[in-house]
Ligand binder design. Structure first.
Ligand SMILES: Cc1cc2nc3c(=O)[nH]c(=O)nc-3n(C[C@H](O)[C@H](O)[C@H](O)COP(=O)(O)OP(=O)(O)OC[C@H]3O[C@@H](n4cnc5c(N)ncnc54)[C@H](O)[C@@H]3O)c2cc1C
Length: 488
């Protein structure tokens, strides 16, 4: 008889794991607390507008291809992918921005315009980033983080110095122009820590950015979730929504199942893709692997204040992805990592998917998503949200030379309290646990419980880390680990 697996949550990592496990012959049931699947990547629909609630940047298309190819599929079986041209633009002041286009040649031209001679340094940097991408994303991240030896290969030994230096130091050594340096430091923000705390080796994110490019699934990132849900269904996975898991049942140090909505569901294996810290609260204290002290000491990726805005007109002077780096990065980063508080003047990011995808807003209108990164664990009130919306929308008007305040049809916000309420997120984090040197690979919370037999974890707080591509990889890794230990 096939063994049964209960999966908690239906984010990218859980859905990925469900597909791999079903393919391997397990009987898989997913229990999701919310009314729809997708976790942090859910979708908001209102008055003809469609917004991705969470991820909006589709990077590393090769990781998605690899996922679908494991099932004899290609992404285009489920969704249409467009390469964005330009990829994004970055504002530094009023009418003052740099546009990052869709090829390295065009990006070199933009760098040259900013600083003569910088394209030569850029190519050297991107070549090093490509070499790291080939090592990390094609190979290294597909290790389960069980042992430090996984990181020791002939290729990584040659790069040891890149684990002790950091992105900021490397970038600033070669690029004295602050604007270019900031653009090169931006991609590692996806990993959740300051560039000064992110090992140089992680410059593979720069290759993902400049070398491969930024893509957009037609109708939004949620199409990827729908694709995975559809694949899971094809493979025989049963998905239960509106099914919060309240307890993981353990007997004699072995997992026996879960309790959801007051009902017991027995299974041979339990895998949780909910936030790791929350999952441990579902088991009795002696079985927890990590203390509250452990979590409190960890560097968490930021939380965010998000706004989903329907505009009654098309906006100008912005791209699908637009970053606003017109204020001091270090001061904002301090308010996230060193002295957690609301930043005085925040950097922010805005996305207008309706610029390239007319399915996201009614004709002649614009869908806008605004995001301010914030420290996890700080206060979140209606008044603070409103105060910060006013701050950024005024700056937005000034920087992009247009009036938009009177063109807002509606706006909805999402912040720390929603991350906690909707996802049981630790301190309201948005992107999980950061990838710093001491929070990499085998140093992250483990995929397999050391205390409870047949209990496993996946997702952005474990291996390999935050982001959609890592979540897909995390699901694959944990499925492989389950199969490995079932055989033993
Ligand atoms: C605002 C935002 C923007 C982002 N932008 C990008 C981006 O542009 N590109 C990118 O690659 N990544 C981005 N990310 C990161 C990426 O979205 C995440 O890393 C990824 O989606 C995490 O997937 P996951 O499976 O680990 O967790 P989640 O998506 O959080 O899934 C966990 C699931 O568990 C469920 N759950 C929790 N507790 C229980 C319970 N007790 N019972 C049942 N179910 C439970 C939750 O409801 C949730 O569905 C962004 C994230 C956010 C929040």
């Amino acid at each position: 008889m096939s063994k049964s697996v209960t999966i908690i949550g239906s984010g990218f990592s859980s859905l990925a794991a469900s597909c791999y496990l079903a393919k391997q012959g397990y009987e898989v049931s997913v229990y999701e607390k919310n009314s729809t699947v997708g976790g942090r990547a859910r979708q908001l629909k209102r008055d003809g507008f469609t917004f991705d609630i969470g991820p909006t940047w589709y990077w590393m298309p090769d990781v998605f291809e690899r996922f679908f190819s494991d099932f004899g599929k290609v992404p285009s079986d489920y969704y249409k992918l467009d390469k964005l041209s330009p990829a994004y633009s970055v504002y530094f002041g009023k009418d003052d921005y740099i546009t990052i286009d869709d090829t390295i040649e065009k990006i070199c031209d933009a760098f040259e315009q900013e600083e003569a001679g910088s394209s030569v340094k850029l190519m050297k940097f991107i070549n090093s980033a490509k070499s790291n991408y080939d090592i990390a994303i094609k190979d290294l991240v597909y290790n389960p983080g069980e042992s430090p030896l996984e990181l020791v290969t002939t290729k990584t030994i040659k790069k040891l110095n890149q684990f002790v230096s950091n992105i900021k130091r490397d970038v600033r050594k070669d690029f004295k122009n602050n604007r270019l340096a900031q653009i090169l430091e931006f991609p590692v923000l996806f990993l959740g820590a300051k560039p000064s705390r992110t090992p140089s080796f992680y410059n593979f994110m720069n290759y993902a950015d400049f070398g491969i490019g930024t893509f957009h699934p037609k109708k939004g990132m949620y199409q990827v979730i729908l694709a995975m849900e559809s694949l899971a269904n094809e493979l025989g996975v049963t998905i239960h929504t509106n099914s919060s898991v309240d307890k993981i049942i353990i007997e004699n140090k072995t997992v026996k199942g879960i309790i959801s909505n007051g009902k017991t569901h027995l299974s041979d294996i339990v895998l949780s893709g909910a936030d790791y810290h929350h999952t441990e609260t579902l088991i009795e204290k002696p079985y927890r692997q990590y203390s509250e002290k452990y979590w409190a000491k960890k560097t968490f990726a930021p939380s965010s204040l998000l706004f989903y805005v329907g505009f009654d007109k098309k906006l100008k002077n912005v791209n699908h992805h637009t970053l606003f780096f017109d204020v001091d990065f270090d001061t904002h980063a301090e308010a996230i990592y060193d002295d957690p508080k609301w930043p005085e003047e925040p950097l922010f990011y805005a996305s207008f998917p309706s610029i390239t995808d007319n399915s996201s807003a009614p004709k002649g209108k614009e869908a806008g998503i605004f995001l301010i990164p914030l420290a996890p664990g700080i206060e979140d009130t209606k008044e603070l949200r409103e105060k910060y919306f006013k701050k950024i929308i005024s700056r937005f008007e000034l920087l992009t030379s247009q009036n938009v305040k009177n063109n807002i049809l509606f706006k909805e916000s999402f912040c720390l309290n929603d991350f906690i309420k909707d996802y049981n997120s630790y301190k309201g984090n948005a992107y999980g646990m950061a990838n710093t040197l001491l929070q990499t690979a085998f140093l992250r919370p483990k995929l397999r419980s050391k205390k409870v037999k047949n209990l496993y974890f996946t997702g952005q707080l474990t291996v390999p880390g935050p982001g959609v591509p890592p979540a897909l990889i995390s699901g694959k890794l944990v499925a492989e680990l389950i199969t490995k230990y079932q055989k033993n």
